[in-house]
Design a protein around this ligand. Structure first.
Ligand code: SF4
Length: 379
């Protein structure tokens, strides 16, 4: 139970745990028990920005909630909109860290790509987030709260699908990701179907074991990006710790359909022999292959594979019976690559402290280079 000295962030707990805390508080206030459901509903299923907006509750109750269970927010810092409908958000956290989310609409589907860490320690060569290093893990609220913020802005934008493909390696932040998955999926939380929630990992073995224990049909994507161990080591230092073959064995144990994510990098992993090796791995797991063009601006020193080569690579996979999809480029006119917006904004901050202080998207967008981006559309 909470008191005025120790306000509790209900948004950092599973809906069941939040309900238990609210029910105890309701009892201590000698309020009718049905109030607990009314209150919990306002966390995720019909979220309010502030308890004052929950006008179905008496004013005194709202004041008590604001005192004992203040509703945390992610402060929106920059929003970039692409002409193709992709929207990139940079959220400022309470301690000043910044994280990114990307909303990718496609027909009736709205996929939100969310972050699980501020920065990332893994330094994949093709990733802007890797260049900034690890800052800290996000809390469950800071992860699921990215979805909540989108709904607060416009309930019609509620994501239908969520992918953990933003900043950070989700399985290096398992306790918070575990709670966030429950919040995302629980009908008393955001109610997004498990099959529509994908966790993407480079292959953190202990985290994969934990994730496999969840009974829901969450999707697993492996950030593969190279078909052999030496090639992977050249672009993904994590290969030293968790070798490709062990990652594939852990994925085999997952017992659910797996997707391979494969960023195509010119002259690095896009040869016919690479397609043949990749086909072998995909066949072994019955995996789908998502081919992603590289963001040219997000990876200094690496060049994207040209479109005809990408098509030929995908065709070669298909001829070997592999289901391969080339993801459509999204957000070409914004910094839609993972970590790109934050990296650019930080650079810009140093370059022009005044523009950064305003926090205005326009000021920052003018000062930064427009970088072609590949942001993927995930089914
Ligand atoms: S690709 Fe993912 S794991 Fe690799 S550096 Fe970027 S955020 Fe980290």
């Amino acid at each position: 139970m909470s008191d005025a000295r120790t306000p509790l962030n209900l948004l950092d707990r599973t809906p069941a745990a939040a309900r238990a805390a609210v029910a105890a508080w309701i009892a201590s206030q000698e309020l009718p028990r049905y109030r607990a459901d009314q209150i919990v509903r306002r966390l995720w299923t019909a979220p309010v920005a502030d308890w004052a907006d929950a006008t179905e509750l008496p004013a005194a109750l709202r004041a008590g909630l604001a005192r004992d269970f203040p509703l945390a927010r992610l402060a929106e810092s920059v929003v970039q909109r692409s002409a193709d409908g992709t929207v990139k958000y940079l959220f400022r956290l309470a301690d000043g860290e910044a994280i990114e989310s990307v909303l990718i609409p496609s027909g009736t589907r709205r996929t939100l790509c969310i972050s699980s860490q501020a920065g990332c320690a893994l330094k994949c060569a093709f990733c802007a987030t890797g260049t900034m290093g690890f800052r800290r893990n996000l809390s469950a609220f800071e992860i699921a709260g990215q979805v909540r913020e989108i709904i607060l802005r416009d309930p019609a934008d509620k994501p239908t699908n969520v992918v953990f493909m933003g900043m950070g390696e989700p399985l290096l932040n398992w306790p918070a990701v575990d709670t966030a998955l429950t919040i995302l999926n629980d009908p008393a939380g955001l109610g997004i179907g498990a099959r529509r929630i994908t966790v993407s990992t480079v292959g953190i073995l202990p985290g994969m074991t934990e994730f496999a224990r969840r009974p829901e049909q969450f999707r697993l994507a492996i950030s593969l990006h190279a078909p052999t161990s030496p090639q992977r080591l050249a672009i993904m230092p994590v290969e030293k710790k968790y070798a490709l073959d062990d990652v594939l064995k852990a994925a085999e144990a997952f017992r659910k359909r797996v997707t391979f994510e494969y960023v195509m990098i010119g002259g690095v992993n896009d040869a016919d022999t690479d397609a043949d090796h990749l086909a072998k791995l995909a066949r072994r797991l019955g995996a789908l292959v998502n081919i992603l063009p590289l963001h040219p601006g997000g990876a200094p020193g690496l060049a994207p594979t040209r479109a005809p080569r990408i098509r030929a690579f995908a065709e070669r996979l298909r001829h070997q019976g592999i289901e391969a999809t080339v993801r459509r480029s999204r957000g070409l006119d914004i910094n839609a690559a993972c970590g790109q917006l934050r990296v650019e904004v930080e650079k810009n901050r140093r370059r022009d402290a005044t523009a950064a202080r305003t926090g205005a998207a326009e000021a920052i967008a003018e000062a930064i280079e427009v970088v072609p981006a590949h942001e993927v559309e995930v089914e």
